[in-house]
Ligand binder design. Sequence first.
Ligand SMILES: Nc1ncnc2c1ncn2[C@@H]1O[C@H](COP(=O)(O)OP(=O)(O)O)[C@@H](O)[C@H]1O
Ligand SMILES: [Mg+2]
Length: 262
Amino acid sequence: MANSPSPESSASGTVTSTSSAVQIRNLNYSFGLGDLTKQVLFDINLDLPRGQIVIMTGPSGSGKTTLLTLIGALRTTHEGSLQVLDQEIVGLSRRRLVSVRRQIGFIFQAHNLFASLTASQNVEMAVELQGQYGTKRSQSVEILSELGLSDRVDYKPDSLSGGQKQRVAIARALVNQPPLILADEPTAALDKKSGRDVVTLMQKLAKEENRTILMVTHDNRILDVADRIINLVDGRLESDDTLDTFVSTHDPKSLDRRMFIM
Ligand SMILES: Nc1ncnc2c1ncn2[C@@H]1O[C@H](COP(=O)(O)OP(=O)(O)O)[C@@H](O)[C@H]1O
Ligand SMILES: [Mg+2]
């Protein structure tokens, strides 16, 4: 339920069951210590039901990437509650954070491919982390093909275009079929057609396989895939709209200037 009350949970990592893939309550986050503390997220409350694609927009510096990395258990906070895939991750041990992280597909702007490995080997590494050695090549080739890279499987990153590299990184994030996918500007480096292919695939994953996708984007060509659009401004969640409401209440010109700038 989108607005169900927070179930019982504790900082010791109690497993609870909700229909949300992500449930955030009263989350605050600050960088730095002492006099240099800078709060960047303020009292965030958010539910991401399973099977939804939620797009997050907001001006540069508003805290979008910070929020994604918190949800992805890549950084920790001590204030508020953050349940990810039925696990309270506020206060969780490092070891258990790693196991939460393994269930999440990350697509970040810097694609961090290994230069000495081919496209397929980069994807296969992710499969190996799950211990699936026997099928790693076939799984990798299948997802690369779905992303339009069947003829680039054995190329190294140096011989791929920016958009192709980004699609390899996307394949790597999706190959283990994570129930939760966190994407930070996944289409920024892609041309119109590749960008569309990527979001079409994400839409298929969400609808046919009940995956939950939270995607930061300034790309107004792909807003239509969203079930919901949330807007983060100065560290506060400002609105939570359906696409229709969002479009009808935001002036496209100001959107272009304010929201769709990196
Ligand atoms: N590692 C960091 N240390 C200190 N401040 C940071 C760090 N990363 C981000 N910030 C600051 O936190 C705020 C939010 O950043 P970020 O989450 O990257 O915003 P967005 O992704 O919306 O552009 C910005 O003011 C940024 O300067
Ligand atoms: Mg960012």
